[in-house]
Design a protein around this ligand. Structure first.
Ligand code: NAD
Length: 469
């Protein structure tokens, strides 16, 4: 699609003109649209896998589990629950409104913009779309330009499934995103970095559009002295190096008790070996590549900076520029002022830090931006409780990593610098809806009138009301 300002403005106007029709659709009609999307994805499945392989060398199994099935699951869950979500919720009234009926209705926000990143380029564009359709909105989608093959398949999928005046996809880079952000959308759902999240929020402020910001950050994993170290190592190895560390909720760094560092690091190395190596060779069939040359050199610089400041390479990162591969890498003795501890790593390098007592780890986490996820490995409830009580994060997963994202009954999202608002299941539906308070006055007994003037004539009733209200 031509992405000039005039074309994008026309597209926006077309969707705006259609928004009134779309908002009045029934649950049955919206489910039919979701089924159509479900079938279109199914029909294009092999093209989707090929595109994800081209962009990120994503293994087909990972593409199926983390991309396609996540979206299909979101669709199935919405179809099963939509009529209940759309039914206005009855709420009670207070004494003053005794005889009224009260409801919370979920009305569509209207015209929405969804901007997605490159790391899970398929599901991070389409999962929010499922929620937007379920909530009765028109949508413009902007996938990431850094995953061009997936962007092209998504463009084809959307074009063949939806009328342009309801859902349209615009391919392009920052310039296109900037133009789209200048249009007066009702809601902007942005997934990406914290830095660009600020740009999006500023743009939204011009039109007072609401925002959902799914951002990033440094998600810590804390392994306590009472954890099952082997299980913790296995799970952290999987969650850190899936998609070559390019996962928003991947453990960014690990905190382990100083007395257990050596044991934990050797268990971690053994887990990495089991998961990603065959006969001492990295198994690239099951291991992704770094998305771009820029990110490759960013990660190389982080590694070199950490090493130059005294970090010890427990597992040496091998940087193969020709195919964009960085092998799983582990660092200990990392200077906390090195760049790798200052910015989100978003790649396959894992710093392992130590603590003497848990208050040190807690103080460190508290002194940094609130992360998107917090992982706690422990078999002691008191330790888990203490860590949860004293820290804040978007979500938490105890004795595992990443999988909290797969439960549609949990809200998924960040807090403060890691994001605003939630997604998945009902929380996604709510993100694209306005919660409208609706009161129906009683047709026969309108006791509201007792507070109307003239007040002097109210006598004793007036005095009682003044005390009660
Ligand atoms: P990014 O912020 O660079 O880009 C995201 C999207 O914003 C892209 O579509 C891009 O074209 C657009 N964009 C870039 N610059 C822009 C600008 N100046 N104005 C308007 N739009 C702009 O992020 P990325 O590199 O694609 O993704 C990585 C980041 O996303 C990481 O920080 C990661 O943690 C985060 N992330 C978060 C989640 C989550 O669910 N919270 C999921 C995946 C990734």
């Amino acid at each position: 699609m031509d992405s000039s300002i005039t074309t994008l403005q026309q597209l926006f106007e077309k969707q705006k003109a259609n928004a009134l029709t779309v908002r009045q659709t029934t649950a049955k009609q919206r489910c039919a649209k979701l089924r159509k999307l479900q079938q279109a994805i199914h029909a294009l499945e092999s093209e989707i896998y090929a595109a994800l392989k081209a962009d990120l060398r994503k293994p087909e199994f990972e593409s199926a589990v983390f991309e396609v099935h996540v979206v299909q699951g979101e669709i199935a869950f919405a179809i099963d629950n939509l009529s209940e979500w759309m039914t206005p919720q009855r709420v009670s009234s207070n004494m003053v409104n005794m005889l009224t009926r009260n409801r919370i209705g979920y009305e569509p926000k209207g015209n929405c913009l969804i901007i997605a990143p490159w790391n899970y380029p398929f599901q991070l564009l389409l999962s929010p779309l499922v929620s937007a359709i379920a909530a009765g909105n028109c949508c413009v989608l902007k996938p990431s330009e850094l995953a061009p093959a997936t962007s092209a398949v998504l463009a084809k999928l959307i074009k063949q499934t939806f009328a342009e005046n309801e859902v349209a996809l615009v391919e392009g880079d920052v310039a296109v995103a900037t133009t789209l952000l200048s249009l007066p959308f009702d809601h902007i759902f942005f997934t990406g970095s914290t830095a660009i999240g600020k740009v999006v929020m500023q743009a939204a402020a011009q039109h007072l559009a609401s925002v959902t910001l799914e951002l990033g950050g440094k998600s810590p994993a804390v392994v306590t002295p009472h954890a099952d170290l082997k299980k913790a190592a296995d799970k952290i190895a999987w969650g850190k190096w899936a998609n070559a560390g390019q996962t928003c909720i991947a453990p960014d760094y690990v905190f382990v008790h100083e007395s257990q560092q050596n044991e934990f690091v050797s268990l971690l190395k053994a887990s990495v070996d089991k998961l990603y190596f065959q006969n001492k060779q990295l198994n690239k069939e099951d291991y992704g590549k770094i998305i771009s040359a820029r990110h490759f050199s960013r990660l190389k610089n982080l590694w070199e900076d950490a090493i130059s400041k005294g970090a010890k390479a427990e597992l040496e990162g091998v940087f193969s520029e020709s195919d964009g591969t960085i092998s799983p890498a582990i660092l200990t003795q990392v200077d906390r002022n090195s760049r790798i501890m200052q910015e989100e790593i978003f790649g396959p390098i894992l710093p392992v830090l130590t603590y003497k007592n848990s208050s040190e780890a807690i103080a460190y986490i508290r002194s940094h931006d609130k992360p998107l996820a917090l992982y706690v490995f422990s078999n002691r409830n008191s330790e888990i409780k203490s860590l949860l009580e004293k820290t804040s994060s978007g979500g938490v997963c105890v004795n595992d990593v990443l999988i909290h994202l797969s439960n549609p009954y949990l809200p998924f999202g960040g807090v403060g610098p890691s994001g605003t608002g939630g997604s998945h299941g009902f929380f996604g539906f709510k993100a694209f809806s306005h919660e409208r308070g609706i009161m129906y006055q009683n047709r026969f007994f309108d006791i509201g009138k007792i507070v109307y003037p003239p007040y002097k004539r109210k006598g004793i009733i007036g005095k009682i009301l003044k005390r009660l209200m």
